[in-house]
Design a protein around this ligand. Structure first.
Ligand code: 0X9
Ligand code: ZN
Ligand code: CA
Length: 511
């Protein structure tokens, strides 16, 4: 009864944020206390423009009329920011053109490990790019587990594109330098879609001031624009009140599942790459790691294997330990149906995760200053690498196959305490139940070089002239497991320390 009253009041003061606005109505950023997933879902169902959610309530952009209606219905509301916000577009973020130029540059400069494809065209005819990082990038390596990373389903979530590009650079620049990254580039196909919603991206930024745009730019019947791409996927689409049938609203699910080229692009891409085992959907914000399902509060849901639920919980928990985010089933935030992740798992069996990136709070919300990009993307690198490692069989986290057993490795040269002058030959013995894929040679924590083939050996050419170093090796397998030999201490300059031969006698009696 109470909620019905709110519904009527809100419908009359309907948010017109989906209109092709010249004059945007006055909007306030308001925190609404709502302590259960059901209450939060109820608020979202009413078409409020929700900007973030936590487990105590939601933050929304409201017109003054909507705020009054909520307060009259008894909701505790706290105005965080009054009046229209005007935030100039931040040059430290990639524009769509800059993102495309960067993808093209990477593909042109690293054809051995990068391949760029246009997977489809957007509503307004822009290309949607996918870039693959893998050795032998120009071939299809169907025997390798593939990982799909995609960003900017929601136009205003620009940090997600930065995150996708950071992952790309981590892989490209780490290749040949870091054993861990080289091994993953060898053993996985990693597909990155940094901008799933190019039309929305352009619309959000083209005026020079951010427009808080979320959806794509589909012209809807009736004059509004946009479908929420994260409500347009075909698993239990529109089933459960976790999306809106109204084209004016921010969570409009579209007229049919996969009515949009952008969601269809992802569907067709996934269906034509059956080796994808794991996916990461990048959104902002809130610092959450979410796993399916979003359409039901049930946990574990009937259409999820209980073992998979446990695997999701453990994988998300392990990643949260690495990036400091909080891991929960998506519907614990609020109900959402037709999301990409529900389809990726429900229809395709993919272990699908969403990261809701920095920040936690509505200030700075969708538009943190670009100065935070390096730290807030670097923060997620260990969690992403963990997910890539688990992709050979994510169920290995609950003991259902995959490769969890680390290799065995020993240094065979140099001997501990060796005195060295000139290049140092290092060699190792390594074995594994499945197979050793790479050996990394390390001195004092610095990677000297990598070897993929036995006999595992390397000559350290530019040894220091004097001093000493701790030398060891690390072996990798196809599961991304590692083992290290104990370090040995070697001395340089060819002479044991403290050995000072007398080359000319000195008299000890005459002055
Ligand atoms: O609502 C969404 O699509 C995602 N959040 S965002 O603020 N980036 O728009 C989250 C979807 C996660 N699924 C559920 N909450 N059920
Ligand atoms: Zn989003
Ligand atoms: Ca192994």
């Amino acid at each position: 009864m109470l909620l019905l009253a709110v519904w009527i009041a809100l419908a009359s003061g309907l948010s017109r944020s989906s209109a092709d606005d010249g004059a945007r109505p006055q909007q306030w950023i308001v925190y609404i206390t709502a302590g259960t997933p059901q209450l939060r879902t109820q608020l979202i169902r009413q078409g409020l423009d929700i900007v973030s959610v936590d487990l105590q309530g939601v933050t929304a952009r409201l017109t003054p009329a909507q705020l009054r209606a909520l307060e009259q219905a008894g909701f505790l509301c706290q105005v965080l920011e009054a009046g229209a916000q005007s935030i100039p577009v931040d040059d430290l973020y990639h524009s769509l053109a800059e993102t495309e130029a960067e993808l093209q540059a990477v593909a042109a400069q690293h054809p051995d490990i990068a391949r760029l494809e246009v997977i489809r065209w957007s509503v307004e005819g822009r290309p949607i790019y996918a870039l693959k990082v893998s050795d032998r990038a120009q071939e299809d390596e169907w025997s390798e587990p593939a990982v799909l990373i995609f960003a900017l389903a929601h136009a205003r979530e620009h940090l997600s594109t930065e995150m996708a590009l950071d992952i790309l650079h981590m892989l490209i620049e780490g290749y040949g330098r870091s054993g861990e990254i080289t091994n993953l580039v060898h053993q996985r196909e990693i597909w990155i879609i940094p901008d799933l919603n190019p039309d929305g991206d352009v619309y959000d930024t083209e005026s020079g001031y951010y427009r808080f745009w979320r959806k794509n730019r589909r012209p809807n019947p009736g004059g509004s624009f946009g479908v929420d791409l994260n409500r347009n996927f075909g698993y239990r689409w529109g089933c459960c009140g976790g999306s809106s049938p109204s084209p004016w609203e921010e969570t409009y699910r579209g007229p049919a599942p996969f009515s949009e080229p952008e969601s269809t692009a992802l569907r067709d891409f996934v269906e034509s790459h059956p080796n994808i085992t794991v996916s990461l959907s990048l959104h902002s914000y809130g610092e959450w790691i979410l796993w399916p399902y979003g359409y039901t509060y049930e946990s574990p849901p009937a259409d999820m294997r209980p073992q998979d639920y446990e695997a999701f919980r453990r994988l998300a928990g392990a990643m949260a330990d690495l990036n400091g985010y909080r891991a929960i089933q998506a519907s614990q935030l609020y109900l959402a149906d037709g999301t990409a992740d529900d389809w990726l798992y429900g229809a395709q069996g993919i272990f699908a995760f969403t990261f809701e990136l920095y920040p936690r709070t509505p200030n700075p919300g969708f538009y943190p200053p670009g100065t935070v990009i390096p730290a807030e993307t670097a923060r997620n690198r260990p969690a992403v690498l963990y997910l890539l490692r688990m992709a050979d069989n994510p169920r290995k986290v609950v003991g259902e196959g995959g490769d969890l057993t680390p290799p065995q490795v020993a240094l065979t040269a140099p001997a501990a305490g060796a005195y060295v002058s000139g290049p140092l030959a290092i060699s190792a013995d390594a074995s594994d139940d499945i197979g050793v894929t790479l050996v990394e040679f390390i001195a004092d924590g610095r990677t000297l070089g990598l070897d993929e083939e036995p006999p595992f050996a390397l000559v350290w050419e530019d040894v220091p002239a004097v001093g000493s170093a701790r030398v060891w090796v690390r072996a990798y397998d196809a599961g991304g497991n590692t083992a290290e030999s104990p370090p040995v201490l070697v001395h340089f300059a060819g002479s044991p320390p403290g050995y000072f031969p007398i080359v000319q006698r000195q008299s000890v009696t005459s002055p």
